[in-house]
Ligand binder design. Structure first.
Ligand SMILES: Cc1ncc(COP(=O)(O)O)c(C=O)c1O
Length: 378
């Protein structure tokens, strides 16, 4: 396979339909049949290939959703199935594998909310990860988000995979916060990988999308069949935007990763200077567990969290920042800061999540330094 930067630009060349260098935006929901070559649905040999090459109806596939899946399959080292949001992708996973029991600690509150809906409707049993040995059985799902939102800290995939597989259960990894080349969850035992493509793959805070990655074409086929019925394919315009974003993905993630390390190093080394404001800093690069370096291949996720000494400081900090916009979400080219209490009701009320973008690292550091200094001097 070509290197990452090449695959991002050429992974979908095989699906070119016109001579345009930039694939067109398709808004059509339906596509004319070839009247000289009519193959009824029950005689189609390879359904997946067929809907990629000859789209029929946009809920099944459309030209840019197929192109996006081709690029994401190369990028993520498996068979990618695209959805209209990260939450949709998680729901599709639960709907398809239909576990009796679900195991998860912490992580994105929206994912917990979906598990709660399934518990409400169908009685799904929910457990924490330390209950795997006691309760897990074949076919159950263990879901791990690593690095963990909103902290940017990591947990050991390999150690968990062993415990999960000993029970015959399925390990899904939400790798949204450390997409390739930061982390390759397959190497450590993941069975399924999930990303909110709204974050780093979209990268410009202007689209919602999600992706599930599986190991075989057959699994992808089954998920796509479900997706057709659930009506959760990515939209036409979003798929065009996502495709365009993916072309520059490697440059963006590497810049964000590099910026993050500089910012974290600055904050960590200058913590005492802001002792009246800054309480704790959370990030995988500050963890001393052995697995972290290996699992993250020496690259760290561009999200971290800090806690401040008071709620008032959390409310004030965004007022003094020029480049960090106060908004939820992460992964875009623009740096964001969020007093997390604004969107998560179960979180430490003094926690601030930081998502580092593609600005100049020195400018970001100066911006944070200035804001923290104002609060320190109060
Ligand atoms: C780790 C993680 N997983 C899943 C999701 C859900 O993704 P989406 O907002 O695209 O539905 C998010 C959203 O913030 C997230 O941070």
């Amino acid at each position: 396979m070509a290197h990452l930067s090449t695959a991002l630009i050429h992974g979908d060349d095989k699906l070119n339909r016109v001579t345009d260098v930039a694939p067109p935006i398709n808004v059509s929901t339906t596509f004319r049949f070839d009247n000289n070559n009519l193959i009824p649905a029950n005689e189609v040999k390879d359904f997946l290939q067929s809907i990629d090459e000859n789209p029929v109806y946009a809920r099944e596939s459309h030209p840019n959703s197929s192109r996006v899946q081709a690029v994401l399959s190369d990028l993520l080292g498996g068979h990618a199935v695209i959805y209209n949001s990260g939450c949709s992708a998680f729901h599709a996973l639960m709907c398809h594998y239909n576990p009796k029991r679900f195991f998860m600690d912490g992580g994105y509150f929206g994912v917990h909310a979906i598990a709660d809906l399934i518990t409400r409707n169908y009685g799904l049993e929910q457990h924490s990860l330390d209950e795997i040995e006691e309760f897990a059985q074949a076919g159950d799902i263990v879901h791990l988000e690593t690095p963990l939102n909103p902290f940017g800290t990591s947990s050991d995939i390999e150690a968990l995979a062993k415990r999960v597989h000993d029970k015959g259960a399925i390990l899904s990894i939400d790798a949204t916060l450390a997409p390739p080349p930061l982390q390759d969850a397959w190497k450590f035992g993941a069975d399924i990988i999930l990303h909110s493509a709204t974050k780093y793959f979209g990268g410009h805070s202007d689209l919602l999308a999600g992706v599930l990655v599986v190991k075989t074409k057959e699994q992808a086929y089954e998920l796509i069949e479900d997706r057709i019925h659930l009506g959760t394919n990515i939209g036409n315009l979003e798929s065009y935007l996502l495709l365009r974003s993916l072309r520059t993905y490697e440059m963006r993630i590497m810049k964000q990763e590099n910026n993050t390390r500089k910012v974290i190093t600055y904050l960590n080394e200058n913590k005492s200077k802001f002792n009246k404001v800054l309480n704790k800093i959370y990030h995988s690069s500050l963890q001393d567990d052995d697995f972290v370096q290996k699992q993250l291949s020496g690259l760290y996720c561009p999200v971290f969290a800090i806690t401040l000494h008071s709620i008032d400081q959390c409310k004030e900090l965004p007022l003094y920042l020029k480049y960090f916009q106060h908004a939820t979400s992460l992964g875009g080219v623009e740096s964001l800061i969020e007093w997390r209490a604004m969107s998560d009701s179960d979180i430490d009320q003094c926690l601030i999540r930081v998502s580092i973008g593609c600005e100049n690292a020195d400018d970001l550091i100066k911006d944070l330094e200035n804001a923290l200094q104002i609060l320190q001097n109060k």
